[in-house]
Write a protein that binds this ligand. Structure first.
Ligand code: C2O
Ligand code: CU
Ligand code: CU
Length: 460
C-alpha cells in the first residue's frame, strides 16, 4: 500500500512546488472528479521543524480563485505568510514564505484553501493536506518507539471537483445539504477506503488524526482498545489521557497511542453515530431532530449508521512497549484582561437566503469585528444559540478551553478549533503573541463559513 508522499525540510528549509488542479480517480469502483494538490488526493504531507523556513511556490490550475491557509501554524497572518486575504487567480503562481518560530510546538497541522466564498466547494472538492511540525514531543523515547501513521479523514462526492456547477445554485436537496454542511458519499482515510494499519503485537501505535472533512464529524473508537490521548490541535498535553472514544469535529486534530495488547487479530476503527443537529431545519421544527430522521444527512445521507474507517492488524510479536508517563507541560495562562462574547446562530437575509452569523453579523471584508492588543490574554465565551453544532476555529494563536457549560475540562490542552454544540457555551482563553495584523475566526463547517460565519480580528 503506497503511503502518502512526504516532503521534508532539508537544512532548515522546506522548499516545494505545489499545484492545485482537477483529478480523475476511482473510489469504490466509481469515477470521481476531484481537486488535488500535485496530482494527489490528499496532498503531500509537508514536514518541518521549529525554526525552519517554509517556501511554497503555489500554482492555481482549478479554474477559480483560491489560496493556501496553514491551519494551526503560529506564523504571521500577513504578507506572503498565512494570509487568507490573498487571492490567487486561476493560472497564476504565488510564493508563500515564512519561518516557524524556534519555540513552535510540535504537532499535526494542515493546509487547505481559504478564499472566502469558495472554501467549502474547494475543500469538499478534495483540497487538503497534512503539515507536520516535528520537535520535542517526537523525541520522547516511548513515542519514538511507536509505529506512526497519519490518518487524514475526509469524505468525497463523485462530482465534488466539478466546481463550475456550484451546489448552491442547484436543487433544493443540494441547497439543504449546504445549509447543514455537505457530506460526501464515500469516507476515506488518506484518500483510501478502509485501509489497514499494521503493528507488531505488543507494540504501540501512534495515530495522528485529522478531520479534513468540510462538514462530517468523526466519533472514533477502536474495537476493544482505549485510546491514550497525547496531543490535541496545538500539540502535546501534559500526560496521556485514557479515552473510550474521541469526537473530532471539522478542522480538529488529535494524536493517540494504541497498545497492541489484545488477542492478535483485526480491529475496526469505527465512526460511531453522532447527532450534530440541524435535521429539523427543513420541516421548520427547530431543535434536536431524530437521527436518521426524514432529512437524514442530506440527499445521499448514509452517515447515520456506524462506518468502518480502517482496520488495525497485529503482526508477529515484540516486547510489550510501555506508555510514556509524562509528555510536555502546558503552561497556565494568566487571568484575562478582557472578556468577550460571541453568539453563533443563523438567520435569513432578504435576497441571500440563509446566512450564518456571529453576533448577528455575516462576514464582511471591509469590517473589523474584533480588535485585540498584542501581548494580552483574553477570554472569549462562545455561545451556540442555534440548532446545530458549530466548530469554532481561530487563526494565528492557539487557545486553551477554560470551561464547557461552566465545567472546567479534565486536562489542559492547546487548541485552535473547539466544538460548540447547539445550546451550549464554551469559554476559551487566548494569549495574543508574536504577530500583529488582520486574521480571522470562523465556523469550520466550511459551508457555514462561506455563508457568513466568520469574523475579522485585528491584532495590534
Ligand atoms: Cu482550517 Cu480558517 O481554517
Ligand atoms: Cu485555520
Ligand atoms: Cu457552523
Amino acid at each position: 500500500r503506497p503511503s502518502p508522499t512526504v516532503i521534508s525540510s532539508q537544512g532548515g528549509l522546506l522548499d516545494l512546488d505545489l499545484e492545485a488542479l482537477s483529478i480523475n480517480t476511482t473510489l469504490s469502483g466509481r469515477q470521481f472528479r476531484l481537486l488535488g494538490y500535485n496530482d494527489r488526493i490528499p496532498g503531500p504531507v509537508l514536514q518541518a521543524k521549529p525554526g525552519d523556513t517554509v517556501r511554497v511556490r503555489f500554482t492555481n490550475r482549478i479554474g477559480q480563485p483560491t489560496n493556501l491557509h496553514y491551519h494551526g501554524l503560529h506564523v504571521p497572518p500577513t504578507g506572503n505568510a498565512d494570509n487568507v486575504f490573498l487571492k490567487i487567480p486561476s493560472g497564476e503562481t504565488l510564493t508563500y514564505e515564512f519561518t516557524l518560530p524556534e519555540n513552535h510546538p510540535a504537532g499535526l497541522f494542515w493546509y487547505h484553501p481559504h478564499y472566502h466564498g469558495y472554501v467549502a466547494d474547494q475543500v469538499f472538492g478534495g483540497l487538503a493536506g497534512v503539515f507536520i511540525v516535528r520537535g520535542e514531543l517526537d523525541e520522547i523515547p516511548e513515542i519514538k518507539a511507536a509505529t506512526e501513521h497519519v490518518l487524514l479523514l475526509k469524505d468525497y462526492d463523485p462530482d465534488a471537483g466539478r466546481i463550475g456547477s456550484r451546489a448552491r445554485t442547484g436543487m433544493m436537496g443540494a441547497h439543504m445539504a449546504q445549509m447543514r454542511g455537505r457530506e460526501g458519499a464515500v469516507v476515506t482515510v488518506n484518500g483510501e477506503i478502509q485501509p489497514t494499519f499494521n503493528l507488531p503485537a505488543g507494540g504501540l501505535l501512534r495515530l495522528r488524526l485529522l478531520n479534513a472533512s468540510s462538514s462530517r464529524f468523526y466519533r472514533l473508537s477502536l474495537e476493544e482498545h482505549p485510546f491514550y490521548l497525547i496531543a490535541t490541535d496545538g500539540g502535546a498535553i501534559p500526560e496521556p489521557v485514557e479515552l473510550r472514544e474521541l469526537l473530532l469535529s471539522p478542522g480538529e486534530r488529535a494524536e493517540v497511542l494504541v497498545r497492541g495488547d489484545r488477542e492478535p487479530g483485526q480491529y475496526r476503527l469505527l465512526n460511531l453515530p453522532y447527532d450534530r443537529g440541524g435535521m429539523g431545519m427543513m420541516g421548520g421544527m427547530m431543535g434536536r431532530g431524530p437521527r436518521g430522521g426524514m432529512m437524514g444527512r442530506g440527499p445521499r445521507g448514509s452517515a447515520n449508521a456506524t462506518e468502518t474507517l480502517a482496520t488495525v492488524t497485529y503482526h508477529g510479536q515484540t516486547d510489550v512497549l510501555p506508555l510514556p508517563k509524562t509528555l510536555i507541560p502546558v503552561e497556565t495562562l494568566p487571568e484575562p484582561t478582557q472578556t468577550r462574547r460571541f453568539l453563533l446562530n443563523h438567520g435569513m437575509n432578504p435576497g441571500r437566503g440563509m446566512v450564518f452569523l456571529i453576533n448577528g453579523r455575516a462576514f464582511d471584508h471591509q469590517r473589523i469585528d474584533t480588535t485585540v492588543g498584542l501581548n494580552t490574554v483574553e477570554e472569549w465565551e462562545l455561545v451556540n444559540t442555534g440548532v446545530m453544532d458549530h466548530p469554532f476555529h481561530l487563526h494565528t494563536n492557539h487557545f486553551q478551553i477554560t470551561s464547557v457549560n461552566g465545567t472546567p475540562p479534565p486536562y489542559r490542552a492547546w487548541k485552535d478549533t473547539v466544538l460548540v454544540p447547539f445550546g451550549q457555551s464554551v469559554r476559551i482563553r487566548i494569549p495574543f503573541r508574536d504577530f500583529v495584523g488582520k486574521t480571522v475566526y470562523h465556523c469550520h463547517i466550511l459551508d457555514h463559513e462561506d455563508l457568513g460565519m466568520m469574523g475579522m480580528l485585528a491584532i495590534q
